[in-house]
Ligand binder design. Structure first.
Ligand SMILES: Cc1ncc(COP(=O)(O)O)c(C=O)c1O
Length: 371
């Protein structure tokens, strides 16, 4: 029996609200508490600052230029992204965070179609957009080791979307499996959300040439350390990009501001700094994974800038989250998500931050005699 996700009507009605938002359960972003300074390992931000070259560009932006609207076509930034990936500018779309682009994807390609297929454990914004845009979804079960099995995604669907690596597990699927899915599934749009791909997964961008129904979505928030600017991008066939632009121009002509256009273009051009930061995060990820495994944690192999871990008994994931928070370290615990309540997601911070995390973790474990 397929598990189908459908909109629920569980929220109190408000007479002034539209029917669309009456039943909406909004996405819950990771907490951003203001009560004290935390080592923040709960929202997958990048511990290393944005590119110094981008900072230099920011300094040179004339303040008075902010009286002018930005370029509605975002051409300079789209050109930088196109050059970096060896695509044409018509194959690149930019938006106000990849979340906005994902919303446009639902409007442009999924709404009014048959149910889409998404993983049963995945980025929680996908079901939220299902509710928002009245799209049903078949939830595809994960394997026991939390890998995605794309075999069945191609059966009857109005679209397919999954992150690679998946969130919040960090597990990636090989490019070859995505290619095979695209070969089987030619009649609907396949969206690969590569928010974390730069930390170790194989990008599907090169498949865009071959498959006109493939859209790859990426972000400046993670590997390029610009979460505060809110810029994402998508690469796909020019017809798909035109579909996204049609939604954009019917919604907000200027989703990317003047500062973001300049700063992100400079960040895209600073390849060396980008590689250096990603490599540091990957090295820290391996070091922390090894330490946690040696303490008896189950650590899923991650290709992202976070790890998904199950602590050894008698520590539960909830206790781990609460006790770390008390000690000033924030990790993400998904208390209301079936199938992953035994796990915490830990973002990879700087080496110094991860040392603090491991010191606090070790004291929690030794208080119950685990180490
Ligand atoms: C899988 C996935 N996709 C997309 C996003 C959205 O990123 P942004 O809107 O910052 O570009 C996130 C953010 O955490 C994510 O985890």
């Amino acid at each position: 029996m397929e598990e189908i996700f459908r909109k629920e009507d569980r929220y109190m009605k408000n007479m002034f609200w539209s029917d669309t938002i009456q039943g909406l359960e909004p996405y819950q972003a990771g907490e951003q508490p203001q009560d004290k300074a935390y080592v923040k390992l709960n929202t997958n931000e990048n511990p290393y600052g944005p590119s110094p070259r981008a900072q230099e560009v920011l300094r040179q932006i004339p303040f008075s230029d902010l009286r002018l609207y930005p370029d509605p076509e975002s051409l300079k930034l789209r050109q930088s992204i196109a050059t970096y990936y060896g695509r044409s500018v018509e194959e690149v779309f930019v938006g106000n965070g990849s979340d906005e682009i994902l919303a446009f994807v639902y409007m442009a390609f999924f709404q009014g179609k048959r149910p889409i297929r998404i993983p049963s454990i995945t980025y929680s914004f996908y079901p939220v957009y299902c509710n928002m845009f009245n799209v049903d979804a078949v939830l595809e079960p994960l394997e026991d080791d939390f890998t995605l099995n794309l075999d069945s995604y191609s059966t009857d669907n109005g679209g397919i979307i999954f992150p690679n690596p998946n969130a919040p597990t960090g597990r990636a699927v090989p490019l070859e499996e995505i290619r095979q899915l695209l070969q089987r599934n030619t009649d609907s749009v396949v969206v690969v959300d590569e928010a974390y791909a730069d930390f170790g997964a194989e990008s599907a961008v090169d498949l865009v040439e071959e498959f006109p129904n493939l859209l790859v979505v990426q972000t400046f928030s993670k590997s390029r350390s610009l979460a505060g600017l809110r810029v994402g991008f998508a690469i796909g066939n020019a017809d798909l990009i035109a579909g996204l632009s049609t939604v954009k121009d019917s919604f907000n002509s200027y989703p990317v501001d003047r500062i973001s256009l300049e700063v992100c273009a400079a960040a895209m051009d600073d390849h060396d700094y980008f590689v250096e930061c990603c490599e540091k995060i990957k090295a820290t990820r391996e070091r922390v994974s090894q330490q946690l495994s040696s303490w008896g944690f189950s650590v899923l192999p991650s290709q992202a800038n976070f790890i998904f871990v199950k602590p050894p008994a008698p520590i539960t994931a909830e206790k781990m989250y609460l006790q770390l928070k008390e000690k000033g370290v924030l990790v993400r615990y998904f208390h209301n998500k079936p199938g992953i309540k035994e796990f915490c997601r830990i973002s990879i911070g700087s080496d110094a931050e991860m040392d603090i995390f491991m010191e606090k973790m070790s004291s929690i474990l030794s208080s119950v005699g685990v180490v």
